[in-house]
Write a protein that binds this ligand. Structure first.
Ligand SMILES: [Zn+2]
Length: 363
């Protein structure tokens, strides 16, 4: 079994459960929160770190197959097959099945057309997705072989399969596992999480044709129900709730009635040193996420061009980073990649990258 990341981290699930204790009558979905949290905890306990696999360098022009199943709101995988083609997905008239199929297809096309990579494993693996997992399940995960999506409680979260950042974030863990193989704890774990947020952002921007200035740089915007109120980030831009922000870590959700306020740090002065969540993997990822945003913003244009090439080269160059890589080692490795790629043609790129790492106080 591969690394298990849950899109909704344990400390957020815990806040939902804590809130549940404090209110006498809850909406049905909220009252199920402790149960769905227990499912995630049981599965988390099975987590193992995996060794990177040797890459198959041959790029297939054929996309991997893409299958969507339904658990019919029971706790089973993969469940009954709904679709193995776009036509079948559309014919199902199930928005979660359609989105799971289409977004997985975008992921496969991004890998092939932008990265020259055959699926998440580099060997043209099929993508299998199970939608409607359990009842009101407030999470989504990639178990190393397939994606699993809950429908959400309908109060805080909904339809994880319809959120592109969920699909791309979770599938990217499959790429990280099989390239640099970052461990899932402490700074390496936060880098592992950050890579999933960074590449989810890149793939969404590519899918939408957005420049770095046009993009929201938010993770979990679609699955987060924003009917409670609307926050305004420090740049004065109104935004609905999201789970994480690469522009402004710590502002994705503020004073949310059930889960409070986003507590991701933006720089090393605010690094979370607690042992929660495998050493703060979902919090400290905000620091390296922000560095990527600052760098991409300073370069301008499309994130899937220069910034993507540097990050991808860093995780796919054999031996460049170790599985227990620190933030400083990762930053230095990106500078090595940038030097290899741009020292003779655009040396200013290297200066911009060094400046981004400096702004988050890693270098
Ligand atoms: Zn993750």
């Amino acid at each position: 079994m591969s690394v298990r990341c849950y899109f909704i981290p344990k400390h957020i699930e815990d806040r939902i459960c804590e809130h549940n204790k404090d209110v006498a009558s809850n909406p049905v979905g909220i009252s199920l929160a402790p149960k769905t949290s227990n499912i995630s905890n049981e599965l988390r306990s099975l987590r193992q770190d995996v060794k990177p696999e040797v890459q198959d360098q041959k790029i297939s022009s054929r996309l991997g197959k893409n299958y969507v199943y339904t658990a019919k709101n029971r706790q089973r995988q993969p469940g009954g097959l709904i679709a193995d083609s776009m036509n079948e997905a559309t014919a199902s008239k199930d928005p979660n099945a359609i989105c799971a199929w289409v977004l997985s297809d975008y992921f496969l096309r991004f890998c092939r057309d932008i990265l020259g990579r055959s699926s998440f494993d580099g060997r043209n693996a099929d993508i299998k997705s199970t939608v409607h997992y359990y009842v009101c399940y407030n999470n989504a995960f990639f178990d190393g072989t397939q994606m699993v999506y809950g429908d959400g409680d309908g109060k805080i979260f909904e339809d994880f399969a319809q959120d592109p950042s969920v699909v791309f974030h979770e599938l990217w863990h499959g790429v990280t596992d099989r390239t640099c193989g970052l461990l899932y704890h402490d700074q390496a774990g936060a880098l592992n999480e950050s890579l999933s947020d960074v590449f989810a952002s890149i793939i969404m921007q590519w899918m939408n044709g957005e420049t770095v200035d046009e993009a929201s740089w938010l993770i979990g915007e679609r699955c987060f129900i924003d009917s409670h109120n609307v926050t305004s980030n420090p740049n004065g831009i109104s935004q609905a709730y999201a789970l994480r922000s690469l522009i402004d870590p710590g502002t994705a959700f503020v004073n949310h009635p059930y889960i409070g306020t986003d507590d991701q740090p933006q720089d090393m002065d605010h690094f979370d040193s607690s042992n929660e969540d495998n050493g703060g993997v979902h919090k400290n990822s905000g620091i390296t996420n922000h560095a990527f945003y600052l760098f991409a913003k300073s370069v301008g244009g499309f994130s899937w061009d220069i910034p993507c090439k540097i990050w991808y080269k860093t995780i796919t160059t054999p031996g460049l980073i170790s599985p227990n890589c620190t933030f400083v080692e990762f930053a230095q490795a990106t500078l090595t990649s940038a030097t290899d790629l741009y020292s003779s043609t655009q040396p200013i790129i290297i200066d911009k990258l060094r400046r981004a790492w400096s702004l988050v106080k890693i270098l």
